[in-house]
Design a protein around this ligand. Structure first.
Ligand SMILES: [Zn+2]
Ligand SMILES: [Zn+2]
Length: 597
């Protein structure tokens, strides 16, 4: 069921409200530091806006309150937002003492970027928007008057450091984040989600639950999995590997580096070099760390003659790739410099292609559902005639197959006309987590270039050579990012089957340790992951710690339990199930694990 393309955020009223609120905030900050404040950029973002300032001192929470108060006064002034188009020279005169604006105007003049310094095509118009006595370099759009901003539905949230133009060699600015909504109710809901997201932040939980870390000694954006996080990741990978085998995939392994020539053949050095680390010199040859696994899988395909009977071939690899990201944009597990893709490349004949697409889409949904996700939204990107390789006719069958597969799996999707990359149409699959945040995970991407570039072929029924279709598929995408999504989705309280420690035994006194050990042995025989808390803490302290560690089951054992050969079961939700025989407890865990609860 195709749903019409959502009204683009840029065209929405909320966008105009937030953009206008950002201008009002900038005015209030300028008034606070009339001489010293230098303003940078202030765009609307998802759920809010920000503005970057160069200020003589760090802002305090009291400052934010004062700025917010002044914003309410400005809003009450019911000022008109007025647009004026002007030449670069005129604009430079207006912003004479604003070095960041001057840099942006000069950039606008040369073309290729917008007023936020973001790349765009062609030469932009230069315009300013003025309300009250504040003017900003801006192409809009805005609300007509400040009174269209609801003063009780906006709030300044926090201040963070941000490098000018995201470049760590440029000055560090102060970024004020704010949010604005149409109603107080919407604002309150948003603030609740933010608070909940803060509690669930995977970086914080990663530390508290001892799942992973990043070490300065190793380098930013490079993740270490600790035993507990490593256990969760192993379970995720084991489950996925098993499903891949059932799904007709074969596993391959490929090296982490490859010769420059390989990346020339694949085209990565033409269009992806910015994302690649500098080459290594090995005996006078240049080698690159792999940013993608594709060229290796193409080489494996090419390593022998393939017959039409061999197809489809589905090569899967948990391949660790390295991509250059500026240190300023790195973020926990979500944006890193080294990550493992659950990558696959599908090679098929044209007549197999529609079924192959159906399969891979259903397979992807099946796996994501197993991890507890239910709410999906797909995006189909189609050919952009201006930059696509291949003819419209060549694109038609694959695009149609993607569309029909989406219709069959009955998830909502949106067609992004002309949004495909130059080398083929694709489906992006996003899911919503427990806080209804959207995460892009799966990509199913046709590629018309690689079969040509690597001169792939199979021998058809007719004895002639034919080109196979190649489809890239990353399912959860990056293992690191997916783990981050899982941690936040479950707030660290993983379902029993994913929990690194499933059961903790809590002996009440030292004399119960021996019994606790014997119970632990029985549980381990049943493949449960068990710990015993033998510290000489009080029972309640041990229970509280286990709850903080989000361990699903706490089994308290004291004199009565030893006597009755039982365990007193408590859940991390604080529910107390009371005493039960060990066998009965085992039965319960079996049910929970099978249901992936
Ligand atoms: Zn603006
Ligand atoms: Zn690929």
């Amino acid at each position: 069921m195709a749903v019409p393309k959502k009204e683009r955020y840029e065209g929405s009223e909320l966008y105009r409200i937030r953009h206008s609120t950002a201008h009002v905030m900038a005015q209030a900050v300028m008034e606070m530091f009339p001489v010293e404040a230098k303003i940078a950029i202030g765009p609307p973002i998802e759920n809010g806006f920000y503005y970057d300032f160069d200020l003589p001192r760090p802002l305090t929470p009291e400052d934010l309150e004062a700025i917010e108060r002044r914003m309410r006064e400005i809003i009450a002034g019911n000022h008109h937002f007025e647009r004026r188009d002007l030449s670069a020279n005129e604009a430079l005169k207006i912003f004479t003492d604003q070095p960041y604006k001057i840099e942006l105007i000069e950039g606008l003049e040369q073309g290729g970027m917008d007023e936020y310094g973001e790349p765009i095509e062609g030469l932009p118009e230069i315009s300013i928007y003025t309300h009250d006595d504040f003017s900003d370099l801006c192409r809009g759009p805005h609300v007509e008057r400040t009174s269209q901003i609801n003063p009780d539905a906006m709030k300044l949230l926090n201040v963070a450091g941000a490098y000018w133009r995201g470049d760590e060699r440029r000055p560090m600015l102060q970024r004020i984040y704010g949010t604005a909504w149409k109603t107080v109710d919407e604002l309150e809901q948003h603030l609740w989600r933010l608070e909940e997201a803060r509690k669930r932040d995977h970086r914080r939980l990663g530390k508290e639950l001892d799942l992973f870390s990043v070490s300065e000694a190793v380098g930013p954006g490079l993740i270490h999995w600790h035993p507990k996080g490593g256990m969760v990741r192993k379970i995720v990978e084991d489950y996925c590997r098993e499903q891949h085998l059932k799904g007709g995939y074969e596993f391959v392994y490929s090296p982490h580096i490859g010769k420059a020539q390989l990346w020339e053949t694949s085209g990565h050095l033409d269009w992806y070099q910015e994302g690649m680390f500098a080459p290594l010199d090995i005996e006078g040859q240049q080698y690159y760390l792999k940013p993608m696994n594709c060229p290796f899988h193409m080489e494996i395909f090419k390593s022998r003659t393939r017959s039409y009977r061999d197809l489809p071939l589905r090569f899967a690899e948990w391949g660790t790739v390295y991509r250059y990201e500026r240190s300023g944009v790195l973020h926990g597990l979500l944006r890193v410099r080294g990550f493992t893709q659950d990558d696959a490349h599908l090679f098929c004949r044209p007549d197999q292609m529609p079924e192959e697409i159906d399969r891979v889409l259903e397979f992807s949904l099946h796996i994501l559902r197993a991890f507890g996700f239910e709410d999906f939204q797909a995006y189909l990107s189609t050919r952009n005639p201006d930059k696509a390789i291949g003819t419209a006719e060549e694109w038609e069958a694959p695009t149609e197959a993607l569309r029909m597969a989406l219709d069959r799996v009955k998830i909502p999707y949106q067609v992004d006309e002309g949004e495909a990359t130059f080398y083929g149409p694709k489906i992006d699959l996003k899911l919503r987590d427990a806080l209804s945040r959207e995460w892009q995970l799966t990509t199913i991407q046709f590629d018309f270039t690689l079969p040509e570039r690597f001169d792939l072929s199979y021998v058809g029924k007719d004895g002639q050579e034919h080109r196979p279709y190649v489809i890239h598929r990353a399912l959860v995408g990056s293992m690191e990012r997916f783990m981050g999504v899982l941690i936040e989705h479950y707030a660290g309280a993983f379902p029993v089957w994913l929990s690194p420690v499933q059961v903790v035994l809590i002996p009440i006194a030292d004399r119960h340790i021996e019994y606790a050990n014997s119970v632990a042995e029985r549980l381990k025989e049943a493949d449960l992951r068990v710990e015993i808390d033998t510290r000489s803490e009080r029972m309640n302290a041990k229970i509280r710690d286990a709850q903080l560690q989000k361990i699903p089951y706490m089994l308290v054992v004291g004199d009565r339990e030893v006597e009755a050969n039982a365990v007193a079961v408590r859940l991390r939700s604080e529910e107390n199930l009371g005493a039960m025989p060990v066998e009965k407890f085992l039965e319960r865990t079996r049910v929970d694990i099978e249901a992936r609860r």
